[in-house]
Design a protein around this ligand. Structure first.
Ligand code: SIN
Length: 486
């Protein structure tokens, strides 16, 4: 078993239980968490029983009655305190994240800062849940709309950003006056538990933030069907998002979904190429390509394809694979063996469809079985699976176009609608192409946008609701119309 105490300033940040009503519950039934770098056992995490699940909702409901009645200022101060504690413990939190997830320490630190930024931001937003005064159509009536916390919320969070995605959901929920039950991904539960320790320390009352662990299918079903849970927020695959959507129908829950992506990144022939190269590298290779908003397909104007590939090759050859704890490392491992199998089959399929491997294309076995080499593939057509599927690995497929219309048609030729990117120096093109792209977000001359305000859930133009980012407090509030006879 990994010796956490040897590396952390605060070994109490490592908790292996469920957090229910302010108490860590360590059940005998557990699952294993391993370091994806070397399979070392990191922790045995408690599995929630049916009774634990019921208690998590019951306590969260009781806590809601207290938390939602606190003044916005009081909630704001406690959320701000949590922000400060996250910053104070950033080194430990980043290390926990790197060890359970695999991303380089510098990226892990950025993720913890990103997570903290939600608590900082929403400690302010807590005070700004303004309502409306509406002219009544009867002179003897007065009308207003107030915003109230929606109730007990549940969050299912992913393994690729175990700290930031939880922060993005928890901070606006608490600010609005909601309580939250979180189900972190089973591969990366330790970052969430560390946040649970700090939330209690910050003085956030017990059961305002409960954490449950266990079998995803069983817990997902429980959360969807529970009438007392009024909102469910999820970041993860489209397949699971659809399932949650279907299963939440009977209880008419509010949903926020941030689902899969197949982002096009279009480089027009008037682009600032150095900017485009930096954008592509940042977007594609962050978290070893395991990011739902990352560039999945590079579409480049035919005229500049060769020069783009040369410049990319130069940058990619400088990327270093390895254990994220080493400061020279820029790419960690893939999360598990299934991820490796998936990317191997995508690369093989592309080669079968005539693609030309420029670099990489295989596991760097000398480093470890999950370290996939940063890969560039020149694709002569769009028939391969790389064009259609979310890659979730450091593989960069390049496709060419000759007209703007062709680029937009290729970009839109996907069922996904999360993110897209364009590189051009023409203002007219920025407006025209951004409006024509059927994605919830367009990054213009940047390769890094975050899904925090995603309006389309990741499914093309489906309008499933914002994910709950910096504008997301409204996702955790309901509007009540009050009409007074005077
Ligand atoms: C994700 O990949 O799940 C989202 C990343 C982000 O919004 O920064």
């Amino acid at each position: 078993m990994f010796n956490w105490a040897k590396y952390l300033k605060r070994s109490d940040l490592i908790q292996t239980g469920l957090l229910i009503d302010g108490v860590w519950i360590n059940n005998p039934d557990t699952f294993r968490v391993i370091n994806p770098v070397n399979d070392e056992l990191l922790a045995n995490i408690a599995i929630a029983t049916n009774e634990d699940l019921d208690n998590s909702v019951k306590s969260s409901k009781d806590a809601f009655l207290i938390w939602s009645k606190k003044s916005a200022l009081e909630r704001s101060r406690l959320i701000r305190k949590l922000y400060e504690l996250i910053i104070e413990n950033i080194d430990d939190l980043a290390l926990i994240l790197t060890i359970e997830q695999g991303k380089p320490l510098s990226e892990a630190k950025n993720e913890v800062l990103y997570s903290a930024s939600f608590f900082e931001w929403f400690s302010e937003e807590a005070r700004r849940a303004y309502g409306d005064v509406i002219p009544a159509n009867n002179i003897n009536q007065r009308s207003s709309v107030i915003k109230q916390a929606i109730g007990v919320c549940a969050a299912i969070t992913p393994w690729n950003f175990p700290s930031a995605m939880l922060g993005r959901k928890l901070a606006p929920a608490l600010a609005a006056g909601c309580t939250m039950i979180a189900k972190p991904a089973s591969m990366t539960p330790l970052s969430a538990n560390a946040l649970g320790v700090l939330a209690l320390e910050a003085g956030i009352p017990a059961a305002c933030f409960n954490i449950i662990h266990g079998h995803s299918g069983k817990i997902g079903e429980f959360l969807c069907h529970n009438q007392d849970i009024r909102k469910l927020t999820f970041t993860g695959s489209t397949e699971v998002g659809v399932w949650l959507y279907q299963n939440s129908a009977n209880t008419m829950k509010k949903l926020s979904l941030e689902l899969g992506g197949n982002a096009p990144l279009i480089v027009f022939d008037d682009a600032n190429l150095d900017l485009a190269i930096d954008g592509i590298i940042a977007s594609k290779f962050r978290n070893s390509g395991q990011t739902c908003v990352c560039a999945n397909r590079i579409l480049v104007h035919k005229k500049i394809k060769n020069i783009l590939i040369d410049k990319l090759l130069d940058k990619v050859s400088q990327l270093q694979l390895g254990d994220g704890r080493d400061s020279h490392v820029s790419l960690g491992p893939l999360i598990n063996d299934d991820a490796v199998m998936h990317v191997n089959s995508l690369v093989a399929d592309a080669i079968d469809h005539g693609a030309n491997l420029i670099c990489g294309g295989k596991v760097a076995a000398n480093i470890g079985k999950r370290f996939f080499e940063p890969t560039i593939i020149d694709c002569p057509n769009t028939k391969n699976r790389l064009f259609k599927e979310e890659i979730f690995a450091p593989v960069l497929p390049i496709y060419t176009f000759t007209t703007d219309e062709e680029a937009v048609a290729m970009a839109n030729n996907t069922e996904y609608g999360l993110a897209s990117y364009i590189f051009t120096q023409s203002n007219a093109r920025i407006y025209r192409v951004s409006e024509d792209l059927e994605f919830g977000m367009v990054g213009v001359n940047t390769g890094s946008i975050s899904a925090e305000n995603v309006p389309f859930g990741g499914i093309k133009m489906s309008g499933l609701g914002r994910e709950g980012g910096k504008t997301g407090i409204n996702e955790y509030l309901v509007e009540k119309y009050i009409c007074t006879q005077i």
